[in-house]
Design a protein around this ligand. Sequence first.
Ligand code: GTP
Length: 719
Amino acid sequence: MNDLIPLVNKLQDVFSTIGSDTVDLPQIIVVGSQSSGKSSVLENIVQRDFLPRGNGIVTRRPLVLQLINIQNTEEEYGEFLHAPDQKFTDFGEIRREIETETARVAGQNKGISRSPINLKIYSPNVLNLTLVDLPGLTKVQYRDQPTDIEKQTRSLIYEYISKPNSIILAVSPANVDLVNSESLKLAKQVDPEGKRTIGVLTKLDLMDAGTNALEILTGRVVPLKLGFIGVVNRSQQDIVGNKPMVEALKAEAEFFKHHPAYKNIASRCGTPFLAKTLNNILMNHIRERLPDMKTRINSLITQTSQELLSYGDPTLEGKSNRGALVLKLLTKFANDFVSSIDGTASDISTKELCGGARIYYIFNNVFGAALDSIAPCGNLTTQDIRTAIRNSTGPRPFLFVPEIAFDLLVKPQIRLLEPPSLRCVELVYEELLKICHGCGSPELSRYPRLQARLLEVVSDLLREQQGPTSSYVESLISIQRAYINTNHPDFIGGGGAISDLVKKNEKKRREFEKLNRRANNFSNSSIHASVNGINKDEIHDGSSISDKESSGTRDMISLQNGMNSSSWAQRESFLTYFFGSGNKTDRTILPDQPVPSRNGNFSRDIEDLDKLENMSLNEDTLHLTEREEMETQLIRSLITSYFNIVRKTIQDIVPKAIMHLLVNHSRESVQNRLVSELYKEELFADLLQEDENLASERQKCKTMLDVYRKAFEVINEAM
Ligand SMILES: Nc1nc2c(ncn2[C@@H]2O[C@H](COP(=O)(O)OP(=O)(O)OP(=O)(O)O)[C@@H](O)[C@H]2O)c(=O)[nH]1
C-alpha cells in the first residue's frame, strides 16, 4: 500500500522527461498567500531547512517535492531530476541549487516560470509524500517584478489545482481573518464542495491573546471534507537563531498540549499529524484514481501509437530497409495516382470534384461547351461567301453554286475546332499534374526529396505524353479538313439545303398571304406598302393581291427570300452538278418525281427556281442580288450542316484520344517509370533524407510513447 506514493513519484519522473501533463497525477498542491508559512510547513514536514528564504517572492518555480521514506539508514539526502547524478547530502546545498535553478529558468527579475524543479528527498524521518510548492499569491508588486505578476501567479496556481486529481493544501495564517484567505478563495473556485481541499492553519502562536482558532480547526467555520489542521512553525526569530528542527517540532507539540483551547484536540494538530494525514489522504486518493489512470494511459498509448504510425512504418527503418521503404512509398504514390483517376481512392471528397471526375467534367462540360459555343458560320460575312463563290468559279460564269466555294469556306471553319481541342489536352494534362500532387501516404511528407522526385518523374512522364497527344489532336482536325465528305449520311446535301430553303420560303409566303388577306379586309394599301419588295404598281392599280396571287405575290416572295424550285429535272441536274450523283438527297428522292414542299405546291417551287436561273452574277455592288442572297443562304446551310457533323466527331474523338494517349498511358506506365527512375541503391540515401521538423516531431512522439508504455508498466506492477 505504501508503494503507491513511490509509484506516483515514478510516474512524475517519467512524465517530467517529456514535460507533459497529459496524465493528471494525484499530488498535493501547496497554495497560500505570500508569507502565509508554506515553506515553513514543508520544511517542518521534511524536518530540514532546505528551502530558499528572503524578501518578496522566493518560490518562483513550482517545486515538485517527493519525500521518500528510507529505512535502516541515518543518511538523508536530496536529488534533483535536472542533476540526476548528484547526491545532495548538505541541505544548504539543496537550497542553493533551488535558488540557482530558479534564477536560471525564471531569470533574476523576480518573475515566475511554469517549468517545475523536481526534488527528491530520501530520509528515514519522512513519510512518503508528493507535494508541489507553488509561488505565493501576492498583491504587492515588487520593484523589479513584472506588472502582471499577480495574474501570472494566479493562473499558474489555477492550472495546478484545477486538475481533478490534485489535492489542495490551502495554507492560511491564523492571525489573519479567514474570510480574507486567498488560498481558500482559490480552492473554492475549483473545489466548491470542499472535497479535495485540506486546510492548514499556520501562525496559531501569533494570534491575539484571548482569541483562538478552535472553531476553524473543528470545521465549524469552513466545512472541508478533509478538515483543518493547525501547525506552529518556527518564527523568523527562530530561523535567524537557527533553532533546530527537532526542537521546533517539540515546541509545537508542547504548544498544542498546553494550549487551553487546543489541548483537547492536540492529537489532531501539529506537523507530524499533518504529515501522517497527508500521507493517508494521498495514498487513498492514488488507490482510488489508479484504475482511471491506467485507462487513460492505455488510451494515450493507442493514440500515440497511431500518431507514430502516421509518420511511417517503423519496421522499415534502418539502412537495410531503405530499398523496401522507397519501393513502398513509390508504389503507394503510383497506386494513389491510378485510383484517383479511376475514382476508387478511399478518401474521395464529397465536397468537390476530384481526380478522374474532373477529367470527365473537362470533357463534358468545358470542352463540350467550348465546341458548342462556336457558330458554324460565325466569322463568315456575306461578302466573304460571295467572294469565295466568285473566286471559285474563275473567269467562267457559273450556273449553280460551286462545290469549290463550299470546300473553300468549310475548311477554315473546321480549323476553329482546333484551339478548344488543344486546350482540352492542356486542361487534362494540368489536371493530371494536380492529381499527382495529392498522391502518396502522409509518411511521404517525411521525405521531401523523395516527394519532389516522385512529382518530377510523373510530371516528366505527363509532359512527354502531352506533346504526342496534342499533335494527334491537331492531326484529327487536319484529317477532317483533308477530305470534305459530302457523302456523309448526316450531311444535309444540296437537295436537303434547297428543300430547307424552299420550306422556309413557303412558310414566309404563307405568312405573307395571311397578312394580305387581313389587309384586304381592312385596307388594301397600308399593309401592302409595309411589305418589303411588294410591287407598288399592283397596289396602285387597284387590283387585289388575291387576284394576282398566282403570279405577282409569289414572285415577290421568291425575290425576297431567295429561291424556289423550277422543275424536278432542273433541280436534279443542279444537285448532280453541285454534289455529285451519290448525294444522299438524290438517292432518297425518285429522279422523275418532284420533291414536294411541305404544302405540296410544286409549281410554285419550279417557278422560283426559274428565277434563280435568270439571276445575274455580275452585279458588282454591295447590295446582293436575289440569286447571291439565295446562294449565300445555301452555302451557310451547307456549312452549318457539315460543321455540325465534324464538331460531333471531334467532340467524340478528342476525349478518346486524350484518354488513350495521355491519361491511360500515364496511368499504366507510372509505376514502371517511377521504379526505373528512382529505385536505385545509390539514390536511396538522398531520397530518404528526412524533413528536420517532421523528424523531431516523430522523435517526440516516439519518446512520448515510450514514456506512456513505461508508465503503464509502473502502474501494472503496482496493481
Ligand atoms: N511565529 C510564527 N511564524 C511563522 C509561522 N509560520 C511561518 N512563520 C514565519 O512567517 C514568515 C513567512 O514564512 P514562509 O514559510 O517563508 O512563508 P511562505 O508562505 O513560504 O512565503 P513565500 O515563499 O515568500 O510565499 C517567516 O518569517 C516564518 O518564520 C508560525 O507558525 N509561527
